[in-house]
Design a protein around this ligand. Structure first.
Ligand SMILES: Nc1nc2c(c(=O)[nH]1)N[C@H]1C(S)=C(S)[C@@H](COP(=O)(O)O)O[C@H]1N2
Ligand SMILES: [Mo]
Length: 332
């Protein structure tokens, strides 16, 4: 089942249109170049690209059971980010602060066995092992924009189910106003957890109504496969109307509280990273504008054409009402 609210209401291609993406893209690229008479050069560069794709292409990881991938370029309006970009240009500071570090270093992350602990103000606290957590609700593919606070964005087909499904099962008590997400901090497998870049573990938080919003995705996969480690395996959050850092990776604990959680980035620099962190082109980061963004894969390097950043990352119709009456400049 696919919801129709994702990607700003664009409808999904049907499953019959599905072609394995490397095949599709390689073929399309080759045909384009052949048409311009550059076939032999194209063959050579295509071979190079294929070699790269060997290490970073879907098909390397187990397919996520029951999840459909619809990565064939038929998406209206917005082109999906290439898998190789989505899986090699990452922020996952536990594995280094360079964009290429997580893809290089995260192979040490041990995702099996994995448990997620539910605690705090709920009637049914306890531990879920990953397999049970995955089975808790039907998986859906959702194509979401992810907009990093640094000013770049991607469009990724995530796979998971609404976090609200899990929340309903554990029965929050009336005093539960916030949800805190605690992620793994294992110095043995995460080389930068020993560093002082952030106060580990990486912690994020949402207000209860944000956590319950159907767009908030408890995510197990992308491009039809289990998450690569660098993207937050085996389970992460994707909160598409907020800056990327709210989407905590490799979650080990979900805690229901009556107080606003102290989040890692807010602790690091409270004047730069507020609790809400809603994507908002009208509220600048203290050190840079948030009015536009660079879509990864658009090319052009320094001269890349930038896109206008949309209010709530384009999800205003769905989430705007959560913030009615809230001063978004003050509550950034
Ligand atoms: N545990 C953890 N989660 C994290 C981060 C991190 O450093 N550690 N980085 C965040 C940031 S800043 C972004 S933009 C997204 C990036 O997700 P992606 O690599 O899948 O695009 O993950 C977020 N989740
Ligand atoms: Mo980010």
């Amino acid at each position: 089942m696919l919801i129709k609210t994702h990607n700003n209401g664009f409808i999904h291609p049907t499953s019959s249109e599905i072609t394995p993406r490397t095949v599709y893209e390689g073929r399309r690229e080759l045909m384009k170049l052949m048409a311009t008479g550059a076939a032999s050069a194209a063959m050579a560069s295509w071979a190079g690209r294929e070699a790269l794709a060997q290490t970073v292409a879907p098909g390397k990881l187990p397919a996520l059971k029951g999840a459909k991938s619809a990565v064939d370029g038929a998406m209206a309006m917005e082109k999906l980010t290439e898998y190789k970009d989505a899986s090699t240009y990452n922020n996952f500071y536990e594995f280094g602060t360079d964009k290429a570090d997580p893809a290089q270093n995260a192979h040490t992350l041990k995702t099996k066995p994995w448990t997620v602990e539910i605690e705090g103000l709920v009637n049914k606290p306890g531990k879920f092992n990953l397999e049970d957590l995955i089975k808790l609700s039907a998986q859906e593919e959702r194509i979401y924009r992810l907009r990093c606070v640094e000013g770049w964005s991607m469009v990724i087909p995530w796979v998971g189910y609404s976090l609200s499904e899990l929340i309903k099962k554990v029965e929050p008590q009336s005093g539960a106003k916030f949800v805190e997400f605690v992620t793994l901090a294992d110095p043995k497998t995460m080389p930068f957890v020993g560093s002082r870049v952030l106060d580990w573990p990486y912690v994020e938080g949402l207000r209860m109504d944000e956590a319950m919003h159907p767009l908030t995705l408890l995510t197990f996969g992308m491009y039809g496969e289990v998450l690569p480690n660098q993207n937050g395996a085996p389970v992460r959050l994707v909160v598409p109307w907020k800056y990327g850092f709210k989407s905590a990776k490799s979650i080990v604990k979900i805690r229901f509280t009556d107080k606003e959680p102290k989040t890692a980035w807010n602790k690091a620099a409270a004047n730069e990273y507020g609790f809400y962190s809603n994507v908002n082109p009208n509220v600048d980061h203290p050190r840079w504008s948030q009015s536009d963004e660079r879509r990864i894969g658009d090319g052009g390097g320094l001269f890349a054409k930038r896109r206008k950043t949309l209010m709530f990352n384009g999800y205003e119709a769905q989430v705007g009402k959560l913030y009615a009456g809230l001063d978004l400049k003050r509550n950034f």
